[in-house]
Design a protein around this ligand. Structure first.
Ligand code: C2O
Length: 479
């Protein structure tokens, strides 16, 4: 591993300025930097024995942050307010913003406990479907009340199961995986929930419920471990599975200014820097130690290449088919839309590579429900689908959930409801193979609201201005 040209100043020239070494805490010569990278703290599964020391530190950190005076920006409540006031949702700022939020939070935890090698543990909800025991028990700093979930409540396969997660990891377009392009973190134009955000992310917020169902959710210590799992998923997709992020300079050079460091000082961090964080400053136990497969030389050029690599694969709409206008979905009141999709579009949906298309359901001009105690399942050509229909039914295509500030649809705070997208490609392909849909046949979708269960639901209904089927070219992996 070579260390040439790793200067403090010019990492990522051309619109992206980053004082890399200061940021990642490495000082000294090349060997020291290399060692610091290899020994970067390891974020572990919160339920494992290997994570016990970090769990204990996390408890101490929560206690210490709660005891800080209200004027201290690192105070527990002030940290949650950063989320309430700035968190981007339903757009491409979602992943980098929350990564930076955790990065600085981890540093605050180190500072207030004096444990310099602390790494934030994560809750692997794919494996542990209930909120883990580490977060329960009176007097436990990681317990938080209120939560709607009990220690026995189980997250469902359709949100976090192995097949659901594999389908998400199989997406090759960053926007489809993460969330869609927007002109601003809040209140901008564009946007839309990608699969990782709409399905596991939003559903876990709604499932845990209570404070976790609101934008003050970081008050619940499980929030940070949930988002660490989301970050772990991004690392899995981007680094372990070699899918390229967006390389749009509007995205990479965007700078967040709302975070505070371990000493409480205000920080500025570019999205480009967040993209490099899991290579330079922490890793997950599931990711490779040196990242040689990704970067063979730890120098500016190699890191720049990592940022620039072929990720310029914006989401574009190839064809649009109108399924329905002005529909309402309530509990026990599913909504449907139907369209005779062109032969060509249907043919393309079974081709892979750039000639192929993915078929996505797009829900635009959504007026969300007054609260988030239900999620939505999507079925293809299943006119009798209901909340009782199994997700193992071959017509099942996916699910999404809402996650919004208390008081829901408050545009005065810069919140706009982003579009929702559900990829139905795999289901349509399987139905074609089974001979249930032929080229030129109608495609009908049915949206079914399903309550989270084990609690009273106040969910009434949500409405969709336009329900369309759109096709988009397949982004070719790693190109
Ligand atoms: Cu900004 Cu999962 O929250």
């Amino acid at each position: 591993m070579e260390m040439d040209g790793f200067s403090r100043r010019d990492l990522l020239r051309g619109g992206v300025s980053l004082t890399a070494l200061a940021l990642f805490g490495a000082t000294g010569g090349c060997e020291a930097i290399k060692e610091a990278i290899e020994k970067r703290p390891v974020r572990r599964d919160v339920t494992t024995a290997a994570a016990a020391a970090d769990v204990a530190t996390y408890r101490d950190a929560v206690t210490a942050m709660k005891a800080l005076p209200p004027a201290d920006s690192r105070n527990w409540n002030n940290q949650a307010l950063i989320h309430q006031n700035f968190c981007p949702h339903g757009n491409w700022f979602f992943l980098p913003w929350h990564r930076a939020y955790l990065f600085y939070f981890e540093r605050i935890c180190r500072e207030v406990t004096g444990q310099d090698d602390f790494a934030l543990p994560y809750w692997n909800w794919q494996k542990d479907r209930a909120v883990p025991a580490q977060f329960w028990g009176a007097g436990n700093a990681l317990f938080h009340s209120p939560r709607s979930a009990s220690p026995a409540s189980q997250a469902q396969d359709g949100w976090v199961g192995p097949q659901t997660m594999e389908d998400i990891f199989d997406l090759t377009n960053f926007e489809q995986f993460a969330s869609y392009e927007s002109s601003a973190p809040r209140g901008g134009t564009g946007g839309g929930y990608g699969s990782l955000e709409a399905t596991p992310h939003n559903n876990i917020h709604g499932f845990v419920g209570g404070t976790m169902g609101t934008f003050m959710s970081p008050l619940d210590p499980v929030f940070w471990c949930h988002h660490n799992m989301i970050d772990c998923c991004w690392v899995e997709w981007n680094i372990n599975r070699h899918n390229a992020n967006i390389n749009d300079s509007d995205w990479l050079s965007f700078t967040f200014t709302e975070f505070v460091n371990g000493d409480g000082s205000a920080q500025q961090i570019s999205i480009a820097a967040t993209v490099l964080m899991p290579l330079l400053s922490y890793r997950f136990e599931t990711s490779p130690k040196g990242e040689e497969a990704v970067i063979t030389k730890w120098n500016n050029k190699a890191l720049r290449r990592f940022l620039e690599v072929g990720g310029n694969i914006p989401f574009t709409v190839r064809e649009r088919f109108e399924l329905a206008r002005g529909v309402k979905v309530g509990l026990g009141r599913p909504a449907s839309g139907t369209y005779r999709v062109s032969k060509q579009a249907m043919a393309r949906a079974t081709v892979s590579g750039e000639q192929g298309s993915r078929l996505l359901l797009q829900l635009a001009d959504v007026t969300p429900p007054a609260n988030d105690d239900a999620f939505v399942r999507v079925f293809v050509n299943k006119p009798d689908a209901s909340a009782e229909t199994s997700i193992r039914d071959p017509h099942y295509a996916g699910s999404f959930a809402f996650f919004q500030d208390d008081g829901g649809h408050d545009t005065s705070k810069g919140h706009r409801t982003p579009d929702f997208y559900v990829d139905i490609t795999k289901t349509v392909r399987a139905l074609r193979q089974a001979g249930e849909i032929s080229e030129g046949d109608e495609i009908g979708v049915r949206l079914v609201a399903v309550p989270y269960g084990d609690r009273d639901t106040k969910f009434k209904a949500f409405s969709i201005g336009s329900l369309d089927l759109v096709t988009t070219p397949v982004a070719v992996k790693g190109s």
